[in-house]
Design a protein around this ligand. Structure first.
Ligand code: FES
Length: 148
């Protein structure tokens, strides 16, 4: 199958049912999306499919054919980071960092849909992305900053 990841096309010999997260990490060596729970409960594996945040552990590879798959590696560049990435640095959000690529991808998807979210909208959109370091106040501050 052919998958398009971060604007690059990859012709892959993988099982249709292989979770997209496995394809990204183990086949393509793209390690930004993280394995946390594997059952769609933590958000560490969040990527974009056509700009919409999805849990890549719950998406079969075959279901991503034809979509633009974006991981944290493709969200911005070192020279031109995404506004959410810049806000994350300014607010020094990360602690251990494990969940943060998923948090950023979820936040970027939220702001693409709702440019100026309320606190309630932020909390609702981010409620499925867990952080064991409890960086939630800084996540919210960074999203507010990126929305300005
Ligand atoms: Fe996919 Fe937890 S690893 S939601």
């Amino acid at each position: 199958m052919r998958l398009t990841v971060n604007s690059r096309q990859h012709d892959l010999d993988v099982e249709d049912e292989m979770p997209l997260l496995w394809v990204l990490r183990d086949v393509l060596g793209i390690h930004g999306p993280k394995y946390g729970c594997g059952i769609g409960q933590c958000g560490a594996c969040t990527v974009h499919l056509d700009g919409v945040a999805v849990r890549s552990c719950q998406i079969a590879a075959a279901d991503a054919v034809g979509a633009a798959i974006t991981t944290i590696e493709g969200l911005g560049t070192p020279e031109a980071p995404h506004p959410v990435q810049t806000a994350w640095i300014v607010e020094q959000v990360a602690q251990c960092g494990y969940c943060q690529s998923g948090q950023i991808m979820q936040a970027a998807s939220l702001l693409a849909e709702v440019p100026n979210p309320t606190d309630a909208e932020i909390d609702d959109a981010m409620s499925g992305n867990l952080c064991r370091c409890a960086t939630y106040p800084r996540i919210r501050a960074a999203i507010r900053r990126a929305s300005q």
